[in-house]
Write a protein that binds this ligand. Structure first.
Ligand SMILES: [Zn+2]
Length: 394
């Protein structure tokens, strides 16, 4: 097994402390949003000598990824492992299926669309799984119609919209709000903002209410002098989900979602394809959004872990590209890493471990790359929690 170093992304919505503490990298003035452990061209991890993991894999793909993975997914890791620190809400987004991604990528490349206006940065799908590392809030899929109508009806300025919503259904409603002239959007939203500003500022709105996240989005829009956008109305018709530390949520292609607050591990197919649905100053491709979104209401649920005989927990989701396994090791315990036909990435979340082929100790934020067929032993110096990402060749 070789040690690898993640690549850090400094997006504006990130936190200031969580990732720098985990990586022991010192605090700066820029927020640190994401740690990427994978070989994606937008941010490959590196080997200890600083050279990109992507190049190292490309030099001997069958030996380093495994024949099965190369045949099924090509000469790149099938998955991308991330750690996120969400201080401010991210944009609402939807990810494509493989077919949609292939079509979309080809179309955007052939049209020569500049990268800041692109939704497709590669030709892969991006189902994703998240494991909460703290209390975590997110928007996840559409509410059923009764709940959405009930939520919208709380606000007098939206009463006309409620009637429309009942008439045109979810897709019709989303199409309508994303095509509203800005002046109409202002008229609908300004009364809600003014009526709730002081309650929000005095902490009188609970995080369990959609209104809290609406007002939090407004606070950011006002601070950054952004325009009101239709994503603000999406907050009322999407499920607001709270999960606690250790809970896992799966987001399939087509399910709109937005991370609102907290820290998590995110494991996804190796892609950066995002079609945005508001709460963002970035480009929203409304046509594509209507094309790839699944408008069926869903009831949010968490993914149950399945315990293995070796004390591991598997989080099984309907995606072959990635699988997440958790090990909680007690001080002094050893773990022989199971052999795998494909490449695995190991990540130390907490505690301290020592790998049998290394001299030094590894603590939170450390990561390792396991080649196909390789076996190693982790020894827990203190209680430790480690994760393994792998892929299926089925
Ligand atoms: Zn996403």
């Amino acid at each position: 097994m070789i040690e690898i170093k993640g690549t850090v992304k400094q997006y504006a919505w990130g936190g200031y402390h969580y990732l720098p503490m985990m990586l022991n990298s010192g605090f700066g003035n820029e927020p640190t949003a994401e740690l990427w452990l994978g070989d994606h061209k937008s941010g490959s991890a590196t080997l200890i000598d600083g050279s990109p993991l992507s190049k190292w894999i490309e030099a001997a793909p069958e030996y380093r990824l495994g024949k099965g993975l190369v045949l099924r997914y090509g000469c790149r890791l099938p998955y991308l492992f991330k750690v996120l620190d969400v201080r401010e809400p991210l944009s609402i987004q939807v990810h494509p299926t493989i077919e949609q991604a292939k079509k979309g990528y080809k179309r955007e490349v052939s049209k020569g669309i500049s990268s800041d206006k692109r939704s497709y940065h590669d030709d892969n799908h991006k189902p994703e799984l998240m494991l909460a590392l703290s209390d975590f809030y997110l928007l996840h899929g559409f509410r059923n119609v009764t709940e959405a109508v009930e939520e919208l009806s709380k606000y007098k300025s939206l009463h006309e919209l409620v009637e429309l919503y009942s008439g045109v259904g979810i897709k019709g409603f989303v199409s309508l709000i994303f095509n509203l002239p800005k002046s109409n959007l202002d008229k609908l939203l300004t009364p809600i903002i003014e009526a709730n500003r002081s309650a929000y500022n005095q902490n009188e709105i609970s995080k369990s209410e959609s209104l809290f996240w609406f007002m939090r989005a407004i606070a950011r829009i006002e601070r950054d002098q952004m325009e009101l956008d239709a994503g603000l109305l999406m907050i009322f018709i999407m499920n607001l989900m709270y999960v606690s530390k250790g809970d896992v949520v799966y987001q399939d292609a087509g399910v709109p979602h937005a991370y609102l607050e907290g820290q998590n591990i995110e494991l996804m197919a190796n892609s950066d394809n995002v079609v945005r649905c508001g709460l963002t100053p970035k480009h929203v491709d409304t046509r594509e959004l209507l094309e790839i979104t699944d408008f069926t209401p869903i009831t949010p649920e968490t993914v149950e872990g399945k315990k293995g005989l070796d004390g591991s927990t598997d989080y099984i989701v309907p995606a072959d590209d990635f699988a997440l396994r958790e090990y909680k090791l007690e001080k002094g315990q050893s773990l022989a890493t199971p052999e795998d036909k494909g490449a695995c990435i190991w990540f130390v979340l907490s505690g301290e471990v020592k790998l049998d082929n290394q001299q030094h100790y590894s603590s939170s934020g450390s990561a390792f790359y396991q080649r196909p067929g390789e076996v190693n032993v982790f020894r827990a110096i203190s209680d430790a929690v480690i994760y393994r990402a792998s892929a299926s060749t089925n």
